[in-house]
Design a protein around this ligand. Structure first.
Ligand code: DGT
Ligand code: CA
Ligand code: CA
Ligand code: ZN
Length: 587
């Protein structure tokens, strides 16, 4: 028996197929048939499940045999081959083009086909350099309209990764810091809270009033600003070349602590703070903390003195709450009881676990990776190339594993001889096979110093199956850590929906760690599981999953998430000394 479906689900399914067909350049008549079927079902008054159970969809006007069969198949199995095929066929980048107003799938296909481009950045270039204008039936006007629509879309377009936002923000901070009259400057908003994705970038400056307008002018005229969205005395917004919005607010020195608190957010955190204030007959706003007037408003003549955020928290009966925790996600309980954890810091990290070399799909040799780690002050590198099933990523055969060990031995001997305090651990990132087994025989697995198990294939298993698969791996006697547990790619692909709370309990019980993959595309384990992890005594690690030298810089984003998770250095494996780490790895 097929599972009952929702009418809307089927409408969306048929519409998606129609759209993707056009993006794939298929015959428009076929695509139109899917549109027509979608409309028919949308307008259907009877329960669609009746037609599915009785296989009578073709009785409806506008639904042919083949589409009816697609719907039956979907109801039966939850997927349709034609859609799966289309999803592979149509480049991901093109789907984003659908958000450009005035760009239908047919036009998108034409431009994509004739200019061989898939990304919006490329589309912008081709609109600017005349390539789009020169296409049949397009012209300069069309190109300009597309550019306008793109910038409009970007203005309202959602979010970016934290590394992208950080780069933009640091560029602004570096330059603004040097301007005369800036007393204090900080990022605020989601970036200061180390959120996994960022909407707009918020910057706050403390300056004397007489310097404010000069500063604002400097800001809106900075290199990299493409468009001024608004300019005022105390607040301005710009859009950068990268399409990011940056908001700058300038406040007086006296207001800076309260303003920093307010604009750091999160909104939910602020709401809870203001409520606490009112319970103490106080009023908190972006200017400060005030006693109340008789009609319960802020009495601006009676502020409570506060030189810092810490003092404001203290007035409210709370310990300082680090920005990363300000999500109204349990931090108030901690701060009221004086139990805010001493969050792990980048400088606590002693080594790198989870990195790749040219032996699999990394870009640098083991030596180059090790030397980069030494340069950054780390004491060890847990090298974890891919295992043999990961053929697409140059996974290592058993033979190659043993050769790699020889190379590592040679390098380690060299480090010892040179009296360098550095060790490469023989690790592997073993695929977790679809049934939860690891990728090598036990006697080989046992010989690695570090075994990370990650899911790289069969990502679309149903949640329960995926959970069992991960739990099976976590219980393996030779595994030390689960890599990127959901496999999500932020802003691009959802991760698996396995019940991570259960995985966390299970992994903690088996003394298997779960990494925080610090690659800003992943940041997986998600910080929202931090409390659960701490309660279960789960070990985690901040892992760059580096495939080149630059990848080692991802540690900072992983630390942000570790802090957001409420982790102290004790929760993080790679804060251990080599000796302690080795002990732990021996389980
Ligand atoms: P984003 O930009 O979506 O990544 O997230 P945020 O948190 O940076 O949000 P944003 O830029 O809209 O505002 C920055 C902070 O300013 C926010 O975290 C809290 C504060 N804020 C802004 N609007 C409101 C508001 O309407 N109510 C409260 N309580 N706080 C606000
Ligand atoms: Ca923001
Ligand atoms: Ca903002
Ligand atoms: Zn990896």
């Amino acid at each position: 028996m097929p599972k009952p479906v929702q009418k809307e689900e089927i409408v969306t399914l048929l519409e998606e197929i129609g759209t993707l067909m056009r993006l794939a350049g298929e015959n428009d008549f076929r695509a139109m048939a899917f549109d027509r079927a979608a409309r028919t079902i949308e307008n259907l008054d009877d329960d669609i499940n009746k037609f599915i159970d009785e296989h009578t969809l073709t009785d409806l006007k506008g639904i042919g045999k083949s589409i009816a069969n697609d719907v039956y198949e979907y109801a039966e199995t939850g997927s349709v081959p034609v859609l799966e095929k289309l999803r592979v066929l149509v480049p991901d980048g093109l789907i984003a083009w659908l958000g450009i107003s005035g760009m239908g799938p047919k036009k998108i296909y034409k431009i994509h086909k004739e200019l061989g481009i898939t990304e919006i950045t490329e589309l912008k270039e081709k609109c600017r350099d005349g390539s789009v204008a020169s296409l049949d039936g397009m012209g300069q006007k069309t190109a300009e309209k597309i550019l306008k629509s793109i910038s409009w879309m970007e203005e309202f377009s959602a979010r970016c990764r934290i590394d992208e936002a950080t780069e933009v923000a640091e560029n602004f901070l570096d330059k603004l810091k040097q301007v005369d009259g800036v007393h204090d400057i900080s990022v605020a908003g989601s970036l200061r809270r180390s959120s996994e994705t960022i909407g707009d970038i918020d910057i706050l400056i403390a300056a004397d009033e007489k310097n404010a307008s000069k500063l604002m002018t400097r800001f809106v005229e900075m290199e990299g600003v493409m468009e001024v969205l608004g300019q005022g005395e105390t607040k301005s917004s710009v859009r950068t070349e990268e399409g990011r919005q940056v908001d700058l607010r300038i406040v007086s020195r006296a207001h800076y602590p309260a303003a920093l608190m307010y604009f750091t957010g999160s909104k939910d955190h602020n709401v809870a703070l203001r409520k606490r204030a009112r319970e103490k007959n106080l009023q908190l706003n972006e200017y400060g903390l005030f006693h109340q007037t008789d009609d319960r408003k802020a009495d601006f003549d009676r502020p409570l003195p506060a030189q810092s955020e810490t003092e404001i928290y203290r007035h409210l009966g709370l310990a300082f709450i680090p920005p990363e925790l300000r999500e109204d996600y349990g931090e108030f309980d901690l701060a009221a009881d004086g139990k805010v954890p001493e969050l792990v810091e980048l400088s606590d990290l002693r080594g790198v676990l989870h990195a790749h070399s040219t032996w699999s799909d990394g870009k640098k040799t083991i030596r180059e990776m090790a030397e980069a780690c030494i340069e950054l002050g780390y004491e060890y590198l847990g090298l974890t190339d891919h295992s043999r099933s990961a053929a697409y990523a140059g996974g290592l055969s058993i033979e190659r594993v043993k050769q790699q060990w020889e190379e590592i031995d040679v390098l380690n001997r060299e480090f010892t001889d040179k009296d360098m305090d550095f060790t490469i651990l023989k690790g592997i990132e073993s695929d977790i096979l679809t049934d939860g087994r690891l990728d090598y025989p036990d006697d080989l697995l046992e010989e690695f110093d570090l075994v990370i198990g990650s899911v790289h294939s069969g990502l679309d298993q149903p949640p329960e199956k995926m959970l069992n698969r991960l739990m099976e791996a976590a219980a393996h006697p030779h595994i030390h850590m689960i890599g990127h547990p959901t496999g999500r790619l932020l802003l691009r692909r959802d991760g698996n929906k396995a019940d991570l709370s259960r995985l966390i309990e299970h992994a903690a019980k088996h003394k298997t760690a779960i990494e925080i993959n610090a690659n800003p595309q992943r940041l997986d384990l998600d910080w929202r599981y931090g409390r659960k992890a701490r309660e279960c005594g789960l070990m985690s690690a901040v892992c760059p999953d580096a495939h080149d030298i630059k990848g080692l810089d991802y540690m900072r984003y992983g630390i942000g998430i570790a802090r957001k998770s409420g982790f102290t250095a004790e929760n993080i494996l790679n804060t251990k000394t080599l000796a302690d780490l080795k002990k732990w790895l021996e389980k």
